[in-house]
Design a protein around this ligand. Structure first.
Ligand code: KG4
Ligand code: ZN
Length: 333
C-alpha cells in the first residue's frame, strides 16, 4: 500500500511517500527554523503563512522523488493534531484537496502516534512496548499493548522537555531551537550547578520541568546582577544531567513495573546525544529502539508509518472530511 503522508503541525512542511508503513520512497521536509530563529521561537501566524507558500511544491517534490504519480497512491494521510491550529489547517486542506481530486481515501493521524511509529520505520516495534515521547510540545510515557493501542502512564504537568531546552537556551543567549545547541555545549561541560531533579521521587510517571527551567533562569539572573559570568557549558551540562536523570529514571521504573519487550524513545528530544549515550547503559536489560535522527523531529514519514497501521485497524473515512473530534490526547484515535 502506497501512502502519501502530510505533516504541518508546527514549522515543518513535510510530505512523504511511504510503502506499507516501512519503506520511505521519498521524504521532503521544508523547515522554517531559520525564519522563526529571528524571533527566538515559532510564531504561529508566520508558520501557517509559510506552509501555504511551500506546501504545493513539497507535494510535487515528494511525488517526483518517489517516482510515483497520484494514480499509484492508495491512501492519503495527514496530521490532524495536536499542533498549531493554523499550521494544521494548511496540511489538512492540502491533503483533503489532493484526496478529493484523485478520489482517494483519507485518514487523519494523531501527531504523537506518528512520533512513536517513527521507530517502526527502521525497526520492528515488539509488543507490549513502552514509549517515552519527548518533544517540543510533549513529554509522555505510554504503554502499548499492540498496534495503535496507547495507554498514557504519565505526562508533564507543565513544560514539555523540549520546551524547557528551548527556554533555557534562550536564557543563555543561545539560538532557537535550543535542544541541539544545549546538547552540544553540554558535551564539554560539567554538572556543577547543582540543579534540582524535579519529580524524581514522586508522582510516579508524571514530569515537571518548569521549576528546573526557573532554577536556571534565577541562577543566570543572579549571576548577571552580581556581574559574574555564567559558565555556559557547565550550565548546559547541569541542565541536561538533571533532565536525563529524571526521564531515564522514570523510564527505567516503568520498564520494570510493566511486562514489556521493548522501549521506544521518540520525538525531537530523542535526537539528544546525551540521552542516546546514557540510556543503553542505564537500562541495559531491555531492548531500546530510537528512530534515525531524521525521523526524530517532525516529519511526514512518521505519519505514513502510523497511518498504515491505523488504516489496517480502522479503515479510512467514508468521505473526505476530517475533524469534529478532540485531538489533544495521545489516547484519542
Ligand atoms: O518533535 P519535534 O520536532 O517537534 C514537536 O513535536 O515538538 O521536537 C522539537 C523539539 C525542540 O524543542 C528542540 O529543541 C528539541 O526537540 N530537540 C532537542 C534536540 N534536538 C531537537 N532537544 C534536546 N537535544 C537535542 N539534540
Ligand atoms: Zn512533533
Amino acid at each position: 500500500m502506497i501512502i502519501l503522508a502530510v505533516e504541518s503541525s508546527c514549522d515543518e512542511s513535510s510530505v512523504a511517500i511511504v510503502k506499507d508503513g516501512k519503506e520511505v520512497l521519498s521524504h521532503i521536509i521544508l523547515s522554517q527554523i531559520d525564519i522563526h530563529a529571528i524571533y527566538g521561537g515559532v510564531v504561529p501566524e508566520i508558520a501557517s503563512r509559510n506552509h501555504v507558500v511551500h506546501m504545493t511544491r513539497v507535494f510535487e517534490q515528494a511525488l517526483l522523488e518517489a517516482n510515483v504519480t497520484p494514480k499509484d497512491i492508495d491512501l492519503v494521510a495527514v496530521t490532524k493534531g495536536p499542533g498549531l491550529i493554523g499550521s494544521l489547517l494548511v496540511g489538512i486542506n492540502a491533503a483533503t484537496t489532493f484526496a478529493f481530486a484523485h478520489q482517494l481515501p483519507l485518514i487523519g493521524v494523531n501527531h504523537l502516534h506518528g512520533h512513536i511509529y517513527a521507530a517502526n520505520i527502521d525497526h520492528d516495534i515488539k509488543f507490549p512496548a513502552l514509549a517515552l515521547l519527548v518533544s517540543g510540545g510533549h513529554t509522555e510515557l505510554i504503554y502499548m499493548k499492540g498496534h495503535m493501542d496507547f495507554k498514557l502512564l504519565g505526562t508533564t504537568l507543565d513544560d514539555a522537555v523540549g520546551e524547557a531546552y528551548d527556554k533555557v537556551a534562550r536564557t543563555l543567549g543561545l539560538p532557537y531551537p535550543g535542544g541541539p545547541i544545549v546538547d552540544k555545549l553540554a558535551q564539554d561541560g560539567k554538572d556543577t550547578y547543582n540543579l534540582p531533579r524535579p519529580f524524581l521521587d514522586r508522582e510516579a510517571y508524571n514530569f515537571s520541568f518548569s521549576g528546573l527551567k526557573s532554577a536556571v533562569i534565577n541562577l543566570v539572573h543572579n549571576a548577571e546582577q552580581k556581574g559574574e559570568k555564567v559558565r555556559t557549558n557547565d550550565m548546559c551540562a547541569s541542565f541536561q544531567a538533571s533532565v536525563l536523570d529524571v526521564i531515564i529514571d522514570k523510564t527505567r521504573h516503568a520498564s520494570e513495573s510493566f511486562d514489556i519487550k521493548q522501549i521506544i524513545i521518540s520525538g525531537g528530544v530523542a535526537a539528544n546525544k546525551g540521552l542516546r549515550n546514557r540510556i543503553y547503559n542505564e537500562i541495559p536489560n531491555k531492548e531500546i529502539i530510537i528512530p534515525k535522527m531524521e525521523y526524530c523531529t517532525d516529519n511526514a514519514a512518521m505519519i505514513g508509518a502510523a497511518a498504515y497501521h491505523q488504516f489496517l485497524i480502522e479503515g479510512a473515512l467514508p468521505n473526505y472530511l476530517l475533524g469534529g473530534e478532540s485531538t489533544l490526547n495521545i489516547e484519542n484515535k
